[in-house]
Design a protein around this ligand. Structure first.
Ligand code: NAD
Length: 273
């Protein structure tokens, strides 16, 4: 037997906070982490019933759940929800920044408040929640995981989504800086970058992605929220202890298609959101 690796000394995570866990990808992440024996702190913005439903599913898996409202347009105050959830759960070993919002307005038509609102939720809010969670992790001295849900638009642009793309690319860069700065505390920081996933955000709540043909995607369909959650759940395990500063694209191959697909477009409809 050799000397144990650092990640072996660190046990499996016990407590996670998942922002935006009242629906979609965040809900699937909360349930996937609960399935691994993790107590979960759930935040919601407007859908209290959705958050309660997630909590019921989490508790149904035999672990604890706590719920708080979080409005990331109300900063820096709102980030205190992370402290409250950590207090109720007895700490936080994993933070998943999943809350997010976007626009469908061209940059030239966008007012400053709309721009700032998206940046607040997707970037400022994620920064403040990461800062709060990391302070708890550092104090506890047992390492930790921060996982930021970005988007394929961390890596590639989209018409009508200037603040979304800027915030997700910024969150990808923040992920890398935090990975550098928090490594000495055995806290890893990674991003997960989904493509089109069947959730309320894409107008596909409760839709089976296998019934939605997408001939332009190499895998031919949107993704399921569970397919994003599975990657997040892996990153939360001790087995992922040497992975930090990375961006995991979960997009059915969409990002690979840029040059090939753009050459096949025959009109200019792509210029409009
Ligand atoms: P969703 O609409 O189900 O979830 C969005 C979540 O963000 C909700 O839980 C909501 O409570 C939270 N939220 C919205 N505004 C907020 C605010 N002001 N303060 C705090 N929380 C707020 O959509 P989803 O698809 O599950 O999105 C989850 C994350 O995944 C987002 O960050 C989104 O950008 C990202 N994403 C989604 C897709 C997709 O195709 N669905 C693709 C790439 C990235």
């Amino acid at each position: 037997m050799g000397t144990p690796l650092p990640q072996d000394r660190r046990g499996a995570p016990q407590r996670a906070v998942v922002t935006g866990a009242d629906s979609g990808i965040g809900k699937a992440i909360a349930v996937a982490l609960a399935g691994g024996g993790v107590d979960v702190g759930i935040t919601y913005h407007e859908d209290f019933d959705g958050a309660q439903h997630t909590a019921e599913q989490v508790r149904g898996l035999g672990v604890g759940a706590a719920v708080r409202r979080l409005d990331l347009t109300d900063l820096p105050t709102a980030a205190a929800a992370v402290d409250e959830l950590a207090g109720e759960l007895g700490g936080v070993d994993v933070l998943v920044n999943c809350a997010g919002t976007g626009t469908a307005t061209k940059a030239m038509d966008m007012d400053f408040d709309t721009w700032r609102g998206v940046l607040a939720v997707n970037l400022d809010g994620a920064f403040l929640c990461a800062q709060r969670a990391a302070r708890h992790m550092i104090e506890a001295g047992k390492g930790g995981r921060i996982i930021n849900i970005t988007s394929v638009h961390e890596h590639a642009p989209r018409v009508g989504a200037a603040p979304y793309c800027a915030s997700k690319a910024g969150l990808g860069a923040l992920t890398k800086v935090l990975a550098l700065e928090l490594a000495e505390h055995d806290i890893t920081v990674n991003s997960v970058a989904p493509g089109e996933i069947s959730t309320p955000m894409t107008g596909q709540e409760d839709v089976d992605p296998r019934t939605q043909p997408r001939p332009g995607y190499p895998l031919g369909r949107p993704g399921h929220a569970k397919e994003v959650a599975a990657v997040v759940a892996f990153l939360a395990t001790p087995a992922a202890g040497y992975v930090t500063g990375a961006s995991f694209v979960v997009d059915g191959g969409m990002l690979l298609m840029g040059p090939q697909a753009s050459g096949l477009l025959t009109d200019s409809t792509w210029r409009e959101p």
